[in-house]
Write a protein that binds this ligand. Sequence first.
Ligand code: PEP
Length: 253
Amino acid sequence: MERKLFIAGNWKMTTLLDESVGLAEALVEKVGAVEAVDMAVCPPFLCLSGVAGALAGSKIAMGAQDVFYEDNGAYTGEVSTVMLKDVGCTYAICGHSERRHVIGETDEIINRKVLKCIGDGLSPILCVGELLTERQADETMDVVSRQIRLGLEGVSAADVIGVTLAYEPVWAIGTGETATPDQAQEVHAMIRRLLGELYDETLARNVRIQYGGSVKPENAAELLAQGDIDGALVGGASLKPDDFKAIIQAGIN
Ligand code: PEP
């Protein structure tokens, strides 16, 4: 199968409604017709419906930054898969490191979200990654493989193909410090081997594994050229239309 990269922007809790719509419009103008790379943006919940209007007719899909694992009921503050699909989401990020380490989400909660997305026709982007202390203690592979095993528990071979994995070393997110292409490739290759063990090798080759952590125009090409890096989850640089365009361009070349 030909490798088509998937580059997604995580806008985090940064943009107001007008800013989100303006950003989406700018991106549509710059990269809205690109077909060689799959693209998505993940605005804050409150901006989803405005952004959906701005993205309409373009090749840029929309995702949510989080999702809940129940359909409806007494879950004040939560947002369901049905609600996200209703406003036009195709993707939902599950287990971003800020949800794991700031909000306190466990692997079990994240797994429930992944399963719920799959069951309801949303594509999960399952984030994994080690803390700096874990890397320094040489625990990266253990941490990441545990997060993958637990995050994908109960996900069938038929469904795992629709899951995007995002390796995001926590020490590289929003810090300006990027994993070197070799460091990232090493972990991505391990994830691919693990998928081969959990499922099978052909399938493992076709599951997309994004890298995230201070991806910017200056480092995108080298990261995206690695054999097991199938795209990027981009935070800060996705808020700058020219930078996001340059990263998409790096994914095409
Ligand atoms: C992210 O938000 O997932 C991320 C990787 O952020 P940044 O690109 O700013 O490090």
